[in-house]
Design a protein around this ligand. Structure first.
Ligand code: CA
Length: 402
């Protein structure tokens, strides 16, 4: 196994006189230096291109493995190991030091074309007792493309899946082969969150605004795939009771803030409109009515507006885009200045983005591992308190205290 070990020491000589000030005051120039695609103005100061911060603590970046095949989702197991998905349709367990095990048999077929495949994965809160796992995937259906949620029990020898069921389908299936969303995550109350996308088809895009559609949503479910009770649209006409928030384009990152308990997400915008949002149940996050991006063909979207009453503003956006996939808040004790920071795996940006957040606003941005030239797909905190990141090129990194 190829193994690379190097240590990054955050050198802050230029900012030393500012130590002791808060993160915002210590910020430098923005990390982004490229010209934006649009001339749109942010809704508030600090909504984009916040000043740079640099990690002062010493941390270690270790390349643990390079043999995964397009890994998409990673979740820590309670014993220190990990479970991962590979886009083509495999689930594997990794040892605590990142060595991948065999493919687990019994995984239902996926549609791996384009942006589809085997997507995010999470384990049941009572996994140690029940061995249940859940994953999002693009299910091969004759009717079209769809994001579905699978559930199964890991066999006692960990070689196969048992009692495999599809517990939820974010209907309707549509033509567009893009924007599946695809993260699954348990809340502390035992409900299961799923993020979806609008499949990028002009015919289906507006379903992000329809609360009676599964497209472009954050969805809240029971472990049986039923609408979790108490949803913001429960009992309303022409609405799905499992919808938690709407107006999303393609949500590949969801995480709970360790301190506030709020759900945060990251979603792909069009050209120049990637977003981070703090999710309030029942709210409309605007797509495709408002956006800070323009279409990839250079045209503007709709009425070319960025703000509208009744629609939520992103906490933060990027122009040009970084393509934010999996996200996680750091809740470890190893690097104290990272506490409650949001870490975002960036595909086209080829780095791990660190956002310092104070009072629900971004006050600093840093780009980590830029030198690795990897498309970062997911990032999670292991039970040892370090961050573990996977890349489309098949690499697994550990980032944290030595
Ligand atoms: Ca939005």
């Amino acid at each position: 196994m190829r193994k690379l070990l190097f240590v990054l020491i955050g050198s802050l000589a230029s900012l030393t006189p500012l130590l002791g000030l808060n993160a915002q005051q210590a910020s430098g120039l923005p990390v982004e230096t490229k010209t934006p695609n649009s001339t749109y103005k942010p809704a508030f100061v600090g909504q984009t291109r916040i000043g740079a911060v640099v990690t002062k603590s010493t941390y270690e970046v270790k390349l643990l493995d390079s043999s995964l095949r397009s890994p998409w989702g990673i979740a820590p197991l309670p014993d220190g190991r990990f479970i991962v998905t590979e886009k083509e349709g495999n689930i594997r367990i990794l040892s605590a030091n990142g060595k991948p095990g065999e493919h687990i048999s019994g995984v239902p077929k996926v549609n791996p074309r384009s942006q589809g495949g085997l997507l995010g994965i999470c384990i049941d809160p009572a996994f140690e007792q029940n061995k249940l796992i859940y994953w999002a995937f693009s299910e091969p259906l004759a009717e079209g493309n769809i994001t579905s949620v699978g559930k199964a029990k890991l066999s006692s020898d960990e070689k196969s899946l048992e009692d495999v069921t599809v517990i939820y389908r974010a209907t309707p299936a549509v033509r567009g082969p893009y924007h599946y969303g695809g993260r699954v995550l348990f809340a502390k109350d035992g409900t299961l969150f799923l993020s979806t996308g609008e499949h990028a088809d002009p015919d289906s895009r507006f379903q992000a605004q329809d609360i009676n559609s599964g497209l472009g949503k954050i969805i809240r479910l029971t472990t049986e795939g039923k609408p979790a009770p108490g949803g913001p649209f429960a009992g309303k006409e022409n609405a799905r009771p499992e919808v938690y928030s709407y107006g999303h384009r393609n949500v590949q990152g969801i995480a709970f803030h360790p301190q506030t308990g709020d759900l945060w997400e990251a979603e792909f915008g069009p050209r120049g409109g990637d977003e981070v949002n703090r999710i309030v149940p029942g709210k409309n996050y605007g797509w495709p009515i408002i956006t800070y991006g323009i279409d990839y063909n250079g045209k503007k979207f709709g009425d070319s507006i960025q703000q509208k009453a009744g629609m939520e503003q992103p906490v933060y956006y990027w122009d040009p885009v970084i393509s934010p996939s999996g996200i996680t808040f750091y809740d470890g004790s190893g690097i104290s200045e990272w506490k409650n920071n949001l870490f975002i795996s960036s595909l086209s940006g080829m780095h791990i983005c660190r956002l310092v957040i104070e009072n629900n606003k971004v006050v600093g941005e840093e780009r980590l591992l830029s030198g690795e030239k990897q498309r970062f797909r997911d990032i999670k905190q292991g039970i040892d308190g370090a961050l573990y990141a996977i890349t489309d090129q098949g690499k697994l990194y550990r980032i944290g205290k030595k």
